[in-house]
Design a protein around this ligand. Structure first.
Ligand SMILES: [Mg+2]
Length: 434
């Protein structure tokens, strides 16, 4: 099966409330969504998230990488059907192998861009056979239970969020902690939710090693189940050193982007748990690879998410979370709890107690609403197969069509956006050099 064309949507979907952690304040989703179209007319959607402080990618560099590196490889490939296999990695390996691997340019890994393309291809190839991703990743459970994540900001607001999550029946909460008041914050939330709710913390690398050790010792009395990335990404030995003194299990997040990172963390005995996130880890194939490596080394696994993911990454995460034999905590599927509007026709948001059903429809199992994609796209890039452009030399990247679509102002502001008190992002035409 050949892929004839692709379209990149650079989204800017407002949040209903700003989300804070120690390294950023975010008030809109800046995912890129890729739609691929196969020669039989089937389309599939994928999503990647740019986080310069995680993978080193920006929205602009992701788009450029797709245009110049990933898309030419996809347009040149002839994909076989994805068929059921004993091993999901076997079923998905041809897609992974078709995508080039590049290093350098200050980027740890082009994993956001890769994830957007990988998921779009998986969705498209499965849809062409009316096959659900659940057939490739057989579920080990009947539903997935999500954690709530509490943004940084004032302690009062954090406590309010914690109480809301408790009322909603959530049993697992993750608290974003900042440099100034981590112990007071966790103490206040523990008082508010009682002793039966599982609490863990995420510092997003906010502390130096000495300070982190003191904070983890102080947090122990509040029954914290895990501490994520207390110090910034660096040598695994530094995290290992902290782990030896920590009474709280250590979760590697920003320290874990590539499979090489995973091996180094295992070798150094640097953590107790891997936090895997699809867009950070490079898609489903690589996430499963890292999960297996972690489990075989006796580590726990958490399936996390990026703030502001749309229904595409939420759906893919649902399938992976359902498939993993052992997964301690799952995050994501916040959909319209955070986004002014999500891009799927059916909600992916979890229900009471954080429980969400499995997705059974073809491909990733959601129906993407193109109108919403276009409404919130600040830039749209169309790519055509070089094979279809006879007057261009095959493989000459400059000649891959990168037509900017013209944008009309959005005629109507969605009610949910008005509720958030924000205006839609003004659409701009950005030129991405071929
Ligand atoms: Mg984290």
């Amino acid at each position: 099966m050949r892929i004839d064309g692709a379209t990149i949507f650079c989204l800017r979907i407002p949040f209903v409330e700003a989300f804070r952690h120690s390294t950023s304040v975010r008030s809109f989703s800046d995912s890129i969504v890729v739609r691929v179209r196969a020669e039989d007319g089937t389309v599939g959607y994928g999503e990647g998230v740019a986080r310069s402080y995680v993978t080193g990618e920006t929205v602009e560099s992701m788009v450029s990488h797709i245009v110049n590196r990933l898309w030419p490889a996809v347009a040149d490939a002839d994909y076989s059907e994805i068929s059921r296999s004993e091993d999901p990695l076997t079923a998905l390996s041809s897609i992974d192998e078709s995508l080039p691997e590049d290093k350098g340019d200050g980027v740890i890994a082009w994993h956001g861009a890769r994830t957007a393309i990988e998921l779009a291809l998986i969705d498209c190839l499965l849809r062409s056979k009316s096959l659900s991703l659940g057939k490739i990743l057989p579920a080990k459970r009947r539903s997935v239970t999500y954690s709530g994540v509490i943004t940084a900001g004032s302690i009062e607001a954090a406590v309010r969020h914690a109480r809301y999550f408790k009322l909603f029946g959530l049993k697992y909460l993750k608290i974003k902690i900042e440099t100034t008041d981590p112990v007071e914050r966790v103490a206040a939330i523990r008082r508010a939710v009682g002793s039966r709710i599982s609490l863990r913390v995420d510092a997003n690398g906010a502390y130096g090693a000495v300070t982190a050790a003191k904070i983890l010792s102080a947090l122990h009395e509040f029954g914290v189940d895990a501490a994520e990335q207390p110090i910034k990404r660096g040598l695994p030995a530094e995290l290992a050193q902290l782990r030896t003194s920590s009474p709280i299990p250590i979760v590697a997040d920003e320290s874990l982007v590539t499979l090489e990172d995973a091996r180094a963390l295992v070798d150094a005995r640097a953590c107790d748990c891997f936090n895997l996130r699809l867009s950070k880890c490079g898609g489903i194939f690589r996430t499963l690879q890292m999960a297996r490596l972690g489990r075989s080394a006796g580590l726990r696994v958490q399936l996390g998410s990026h703030v502001g993911e749309t229904a595409i990454l939420s759906a893919a995460g649902r399938h992976v979370a359902a498939h993993l034999e052992h997964v301690d905590f799952v995050e994501g599927s916040y959909g319209s709890l955070l986004l002014a509007e999500d891009i799927s026709r059916d909600s992916v948001v979890f229900g009471h107690a954080g429980v969400a059903p499995l997705l059974c429809g073809p491909g990733l199992g959601i129906k993407v609403c193109e109108e919403v994609l276009r409404n919130y796209a600040r830039n749209i890039v169309s790519l055509s197969s070089p094979a279809r452009l006879a007057h261009f030399r095959k493989g000459e990247v400059r000649n891959v069509s990168t037509n900017q679509e013209s944008h009309q102002p959005v005629g109507e502001t969605p009610a949910s956006d008005a509720r958030a008190g924000r205006n839609l992002a003004r659409k701009r035409s950005t030129t991405f050099p071929a």
